[in-house]
Design a protein around this ligand. Structure first.
Ligand SMILES: Nc1ncnc2c1ncn2[C@@H]1O[C@H](COP(=O)(O)OP(=O)(O)O)[C@@H](O)[C@H]1O
Ligand SMILES: [Mg+2]
Length: 341
């Protein structure tokens, strides 16, 4: 067994490397972007290739899937595996996948033709939630209160399209956070985002416009939080995220709670079951609860921000019992991946 790792500081690979060092498992650091990466994988006799590729880097999204798929073809196992990455950062793909698997999700409606979208808007009720298929931290998630707002969205979706990365939304969100938390870190982010949003923003400007599809979702009202459950192997980790003031969105608020409060544990059950159906070593779910406290999935993802979850206080086991423990998700990922999960 030899592990190839594409290393990026501040990603899962920091601790994957620590784990491999600790367990004395042979590994090699590779640069997935090297033109001769396939040759390097072969020469090094890599059996497992790991890359925490990230939706915020266009080059990652451009390249990771084809590289993974190609090395799969010669028997190299990858993290994430194909079942985990093909729908990564794609809420539209996830709609069909979760519907196919019969996993409970918030009802989502997607249209690829203007006429059908217009007809839908005339016949449906509002409010609805409008989303782009990609994005994190709620930046591409908006409440559509009226039919006329929805008409405008449809017009734009089938016209000039939407920026994949709404830097203005990130900027205003950071300001909101600064007023709430008044930290130096957030102040610096405002400066950075103010600058980036208005003048530079190169990293994000390369993403193509989002157009020729439109995604609306049933709006579940009166929520004050969502929960993130992360299933890795036979453990399920928990994080609660409160919504911003006067806002229905929790993701990206930074208002986190780690002690599992009261919630319908059926969510944990669904998370374990769906992880098996999805065939994913690691899957993070965002869950919200409807008026009858029934858990509904909002989105799924193989990857997420590292380090935040160090503050988790333990995990649920498959019998739905809570176990207090120290948490190191990166270790769990590499451990379960290498041990065939
Ligand atoms: N259909 C919905 N009804 C009510 N709240 C929602 C709905 N969809 C998303 N939200 C809220 O908005 C937040 C962001 O939505 P999500 O689809 O997870 O986008 P992101 O990828 O940006 O995290 C969620 O954390 C949740 O609080
Ligand atoms: Mg989310």
């Amino acid at each position: 067994m030899k592990i190839g790792i594409h290393h990026r500081k501040g990603s899962f690979s920091d601790r994957w490397i620590e784990y491999l060092e600790e367990k004395k498992i042979p590994y090699v650091i590779l640069n997935a972007f090297d033109n001769d990466i396939i040759r390097q994988i072969k020469v090094n006799e890599v059996t497992h290739f790991m890359w925490h590729f990230n939706q915020n880097y266009f080059e990652d999204m451009l390249h990771a899937k084809s590289l993974f798929r190609s090395v799969n073809q010669i028997g190299v196992k990858t993290f994430p595996n194909e079942d985990a990455y093909w729908h990564f950062d794609d809420k539209v793909a996830q709609k069909y996948l979760l519907e196919a698997l019969g996993v409970p999700l918030v009802k989502a409606d997607v249209f690829y033709h203007k006429k059908e979208a217009e007809k839908y808007v005339e016949n449906t009720s509002f409010p609805k939630v409008f989303k782009l298929k990609g994005g994190a931290g709620s930046i591409n998630v908006k409440l559509v209160k009226t039919k006329s707002q929805a008409r405008k969205i449809v017009k734009q979706a089938f016209g000039r399209g939407f920026d994949a990365f709404d830097s203005w939304a990130v900027f205003t969100d950071t300001i909101e956070r600064f007023w709430r938390q008044k930290t130096k870190h957030n102040f610096l982010r405002i400066i950075k985002w103010g600058f980036k949003g208005i003048f530079v923003d190169k990293q994000y400007k390369v993403f193509p416009k989002q157009r020729n599809y439109v995604y609306f979702q049933e709006f579940i009202p009166n929520l004050t939080y969502d929960i993130r459950l992360i299933v890795i192997g036979d453990k399920c980790y928990y994080l609660k995220r409160n919504t911003r003031d006067n806002d229905f969105r929790a993701s990206g608020s930074g208002m986190l709670e780690f002690a599992p409060g009261k919630f319908n544990l059926e969510a944990v059950n669904i998370a374990f079951k769906a992880a098996r159906q999805l065939n994913m070593v690691c899957v993070a779910y965002d869950f919200i609860f409807d008026s009858k406290e029934q858990p509904l999935i909002v989105e799924i993802s193989y990857g997420f921000q590292p380090y935040v979850y160090d503050r988790c206080l333990g995990f649920y086991d498959t019998a739905l019992n809570w176990n207090e423990s120290k948490v190191n998700l990166e270790y769990e990922i590499v451990h379960n991946f290498l041990n065939g999960f």
